[in-house]
Design a protein around this ligand. Sequence first.
Ligand SMILES: Cc1cc2nc3c(=O)[nH]c(=O)nc-3n(C[C@H](O)[C@H](O)[C@H](O)COP(=O)(O)OP(=O)(O)OC[C@H]3O[C@@H](n4cnc5c(N)ncnc54)[C@H](O)[C@@H]3O)c2cc1C
Length: 399
Amino acid sequence: MTDDVVVVGAGIVGAACARALARRGLAVTVLDRGGAASGTTAHGEGNLLVSDKEPGPELVLAQHAARRWPTLVEELADELGPRFPAVEYDPKGGLVAATTAEGAQPLRDFAARQRGAGVDAREIDVARALELEPALNPGLTAAVWYPEDAQVQPVAAAEALLASARRAGARVRTGVEVTGALRHGDRVVGVRTSAGDVPAGAVVLAAGPWSGVVAARLGVALPVRPRRGMVLVTTRMPHAVRHKVYDGDYVGATQSGDAALQTSSVVESTAAGTVLIGSSREQVGFDDRLRAVVLREMAARAVRLFPFLADASVMRTYLGFRPYVPDHLPIVGPDPRTPGLWVATGHEGAGIGLGPVSGELLADLFTGAEPEVDPAPFRVDRPAVLAAGSPSEEPGEAS
Ligand SMILES: Cc1cc2nc3c(=O)[nH]c(=O)nc-3n(C[C@H](O)[C@H](O)[C@H](O)COP(=O)(O)OP(=O)(O)OC[C@H]3O[C@@H](n4cnc5c(N)ncnc54)[C@H](O)[C@@H]3O)c2cc1C
């Protein structure tokens, strides 16, 4: 039997698409060349943030996601039962702090713009900030409290979405690499893979930072590129960081298109007592070498926020590749250049938070249902996406 849809990629975005499509009665197969949730989804942090987003379409999607996550977590727990690992959803809130005199006013201005867009962004004084986070640098110059920020465990969330998709009838095939498109005239009618042809009524491309490479194999151009990020993990520390805490510079780093290195500090404690310090942003292709200079800069920023980290020992470091699109917006919807091809990718540093609602948006568009957010800003045929020109699988970027 031919499936209605083949989803390429079993990261959180592919998992969310598969779940949303399968629950609407469509026959779905998910293909991944690795294991489930083995790509960027396994290398990110699990921040679900409204606090780092400028007013605009990405913030609207993030606000929708912030409302949707608690109900989704309940649905998944009900469906999968107590024996399935929890997704560790924690609506702990976020605290953004400036540590320099120059950083204070831009942070306040940013928060004021967000309040205008409906974000709960509360400017607080140093005493209140220290009440929330006793170990914070008392010399901070401005602080904003964002009660709507939360976190999940990304791999557990992707696996729960996939398990839910399976319960709705989806099949998940790992170790299967997509190498090309099956075509009938202009129309894509399935994929060629390392395990043979897989015909389908439609193909959803959800290959994260590899989406540009896979798109080229399918015969279309998509300007999705890897934006490398590194994370430091300390050994267990006696001090707890109770919320998501990051320096105000983070905002500038997420919005910048600069290919050069940018770092900002995002600090959080895990349940086990280790402290996670993220993260950097660089466009260096799929180069997976850890660089000491990047880690040093991240550590220095983290120590400015939390002086106790000066005595921390680093247990491990790791990196991942964010799926970057030049206008910093996800791509979700049909590709009008290629009938039968659908796209759900390009979430850069927000794919864990935005993945589930993106899957639901794609399924709404696929089935002709009324989407809960305006899909127009995320469409494939917007100028920043079409500017990609002709398909090219760049050497050295296919790994
Ligand atoms: C350091 C770092 C920190 C981050 N922190 C956060 C955060 O706090 N909050 C947040 O929301 N986001 C965060 N992100 C971003 C987030 O991790 C990504 O946006 C998200 O994981 C993207 O999910 P995806 O499903 O699109 O891609 P992926 O998880 O990469 O999934 C794509 C899948 O496609 C598969 N694939 C590729 N090519 C092929 C092929 N030819 N055939 C078959 N399968 C193929 C891959 O194996 C992979 O499993 C962070 C990212 C990094 C790097």
